[in-house]
Design a protein around this ligand. Structure first.
Ligand code: CP
Length: 301
């Protein structure tokens, strides 16, 4: 069984195999790799990209899907069934389970009792490993390499699970990391400790302009509204707003990534600049998730 729960469990070889498979599937689409497979896709927290790109990946590869986009109308939501009992039932019907939950550690709990592989599609502010695979795919696609990339993470580094997972993955590739956030949304200490242990050079900033000329990738994030009360959210949102003017000193091939959804942190006129790559990044989610699903179900190509 091959669960995909946290980037900390990945070696560089694992990541390289997933990326190689994803590039191959983008170049030469397949329709048969999940034939006869039934995948559970269960979302206990809202999603557009992750759920729909997993479902697209499954259907394009010839598999079938059961599940729910919102647990409100399940027996867990309506009748008080426990999370663990719900997971036992769904994993007894399916060949693999994709799960998103607002609680950190939920995917791990599901994996502990599941007889089939479990893929974490985001657990609270903890991890989002399939997003990391599409982010790495996109960095390699745009920069031609993953080694020694200079990257700025901007915005909500405290609660942004995509940032937590990607920083950890890039530490395997000797990245130079710039952390740009208000002090109250700083990267958690346990991640900084991990980067230090791995010998990664990082620095902490409040100004985006001062790091702009140095970076290959600008990774914007939204303030995670769902993890704050309204007053605190109103105070913290809109701290970093990217405009074409902010990009004046960017390197020629610098690319802007964002896990999306964006709220107001990238103005729409940036979409027309050669730096914007976030919509292509989201489209790459299908190939990364096709690769993950194929490999966890033992379909190497
Ligand atoms: N990037 C991402 O996780 O988007 P969704 O919340 O729409 O799935």
């Amino acid at each position: 069984q091959k669960d995909i729960i946290s980037i900390s469990e990945f070696s560089k070889d694992h990541i390289e195999l997933i990326l190689k498979t994803a590039f191959e599937l983008k170049k030469n689409p397949r329709t048969d790799l999940l034939k006869d497979k039934l995948i559970g896709v269960t979302f206990f927290e809202g999603s557009t990209r992750t759920r729909l790109s997993f479902e697209t990946a499954i259907q394009r590869l010839g598999g079938r899907v059961i599940g729910f986009p919102d647990a409100a109308n399940t027996s867990l939501g309506k009748k008080g069934e426990t999370f663990m009992d719900s997971m036992r039932i769904i994993t007894s019907y399916t060949d693999a389970l994709v799960i998103r939950h607002n609680k950190e550690g939920a995917a791990r709990l599901a994996a502990d009792i599941s007889p089939v592989p479990v893929i974490n599609a985001g657990d609270g502010s903890n991890q989002h490993p399939s997003q990391t695979m599409l982010d790495l795919f996109t960095i390699k696609e745009t920069q031609g390499r993953l080694e020694e990339i200079s990257i700025a993470f901007v915005g909500d580094l405290k609660y942004g699970r995509t940032v937590h997972s990607l920083a950890e993955a890039l530490s395997l590739y000797n990245a130079r990391i710039y952390l740009v956030s208000p002090e109250s949304l700083a990267m958690p200490q346990y991640i900084l400790d991990d980067l230090t242990k791995r010998g990664i050079t990082f620095s902490v900033h409040t100004s985006l302009e001062e790091v702009m000329p140095k970076i290959d990738i600008l990774y914007m994030t939204r303030v995670q509204k769902e993890r704050f009360d309204e007053t605190e959210y109103q105070h913290l949102k809109s701290k970093y707003i990217l405009t074409p003017e902010t990009l004046a000193d960017a390197k020629e091939n610098m690319k802007i990534l964002h896990p999306l959804p964006r709220i107001d942190e990238i103005v729409s006129s940036v979409d027309d600049t050669p730096y914007a790559y976030y919509f292509k990044q989201a489209a790459n989610g299908v190939y990364a998730r096709e690769a993950i699903l194929s490999l966890v179900l033992n379909k190497e190509i």
